[in-house]
Design a protein around this ligand. Structure first.
Ligand code: NAD
Length: 421
């Protein structure tokens, strides 16, 4: 019996564990297997000095958690953010396990992070931080062991430094140690927009079920980084009107519609989406209260909670971010009839194309962008419908359905592999 009040909505790891427990309760899986696959397999903490440009030195903490490796090498992004701690990385690593299993790609889950504030750091400082952190975790990463990728505040340039550092360490060039690299050093066409493209494929499937004509729909996007910006751009291509977007500094709104590319340029120039001439500034709290068809949280975890869930007036929530919605909020949204496409499905396009990138690296060949996007579409469409069918059959929300599918797959891998020795 799950005692929900034992779980703290402000703690991502509690939310991961509660999501797991809600689904696990409905599955016929041996208890020891559930206990084994709920917790991380391996955790690595490191502490290292960083020399800043002005000469001062600070000791930083970094983490790499391999949550599960039953179905293949561990896989997951690297985050640079002041809020990074071991528990957050554990939660993010767990979500990667379930995500890879939902879309049925042969990876386990991992995540890494360094507690730091990249908004106050120069490129040279970020490069030194990256190289030292990767050197520190190099004993436990590798193309067949654990393959990092971008996450919040890391990008293709950071991935390029990872390739270089790891290759120097090994003595030969090793692009397959990381995904999300620049194309020039073995990245995949289509990877940059893959997470958002996958989210938009999922939105398209949900719209079919809900009989919504996307060319008449409006969207609100929280977070205007890699996932948020490209989600806005790709939704716009389908005729969706983007009416509000936000970043960590605030939000902007214009119910007549916004041009995603122009806002991106404005953000690049000024450092924020705020004060854009063709929109009004609003707060991040107000952003969630805007009446719209599609809401895409694409920032951080813990954004939709029991405090604000009942104020949301969207028809579809497509979780570009990891962990944006708590299970307490899920219940409120479900009762309101809002269709939530959960993170482990909605943003799985990123890891799916990361998998394609790794396959291309290992096979030493390149796919065209059409090949990448077509294969992504097939996997996202199939996975969405598998999850939807479970949600209908089991009368559960899409999140619990996705967890049931994922936990079932990982549990079966454990059952088949058995216990060593
Ligand atoms: P990013 O660093 O490129 O962008 C993050 C954006 O969120 C920035 O615009 C930042 O200003 C904004 N933000 C931060 N705090 C905010 C707040 N409180 N309110 C509003 N905006 C805020 O990161 P990203 O790669 O786009 O990742 C965003 C989310 O998507 C994360 O949850 C990440 O784990 C998830 N995700 C990313 C990928 C990927 O391929 N990059 C894949 C799957 C999931």
């Amino acid at each position: 019996m799950i005692v929900r009040n034992h779980y703290d909505e402000n703690k991502p790891l509690d939310m991961h564990n509660l999501q797991f427990d809600i689904a696990a309760e409905r599955l016929d899986v041996e208890q020891w297997i559930l206990e084994k696959i709920k917790q991380p397999r391996r955790e690595f903490s490191v502490r290292f000095p960083l020399r800043y440009d002005d000469g001062h030195i600070e000791l930083l903490s970094g983490y790499r958690v391999q949550h599960n490796t039953l179905r293949g090498p561990a896989k997951g992004g690297i985050r640079y953010h002041p809020n990074v701690d071991l528990d957050e990385v554990r939660a993010l690593a767990g979500w990667m396990t379930w995500k890879c299993a939902v879309v049925n790609i042969p990876f386990g889950g991992a995540k890494g992070g360094v507690t730091c504030n990249p908004s106050l750091m120069s490129q040279a400082e970020i490069e030194r931080l990256t190289r030292r952190y990767i050197w520190e975790i190099s004993p436990i990463i590798g193309p067949d062991i654990d393959i990092p990728a971008p996450d919040v505040n890391t990008n293709p340039q950071v991935m390029a430094w990872i390739v270089d550092t790891y290759s120097v360490f090994k003595g030969y060039t090793c692009p397959s140690v990381v995904t999300g690299k620049p194309i020039e050093i073995g990245g995949s066409l289509g990877r940059l927009k893959a997470t958002s493209r996958g989210t938009v494929f999922a939105v398209r499937e949900a719209a079919k079920i809900l009989n919504m004509d996307l060319s008449r729909c409006t969207a609100v996007i929280q977070g205007y980084g890699n996932v948020g910006y490209h989600a806005a751009e790709l939704l716009e291509e389908l005729g969706v009107k983007i009416i509000a977007v936000s970043d960590s500094k605030g939000a902007i709104y214009n119910n007549k519609g916004l041009n995603s590319a122009k806002i991106y340029k404005h953000k690049q120039k000024t450092g924020s989406v705020l004060n854009y001439s063709e929109a009004d500034n609003i707060t991040n709290t107000e952003l969630f209260e805007i009446s719209c068809d599609i809401l895409v949280p694409a920032a951080l975890e813990g954004q939709i909670t029991r405090k604000n869930a009942d104020k949301i007036k969207a028809r579809i929530i497509a979780e570009g971010a990891n962990g944006p919605t708590s299970p307490f909020a899920d219940d409120i949204l479900y009762d309101k009839g809002i269709f939530v496409i959960p993170d482990i499905l909605a943003n799985a396009g990123g890891v799916t194309v990361s998998y394609f990138e790794w396959v291309q690296n290992v096979q030493k060949l390149f796919w065209t962008e059409d090949d990448v996007n077509r294969n992504l579409e097939q996997i996202m469409t199939r996975s969405f419908n598998e999850v939807y069918d479970i949600s209908v059959k089991e009368k559960v929300n899409m999140r619990t359905a996705a967890y049931m599918l994922a936990i079932g797959r990982v549990a079966e891998a454990k059952r088949l592999r058995g216990i060593f020795p």
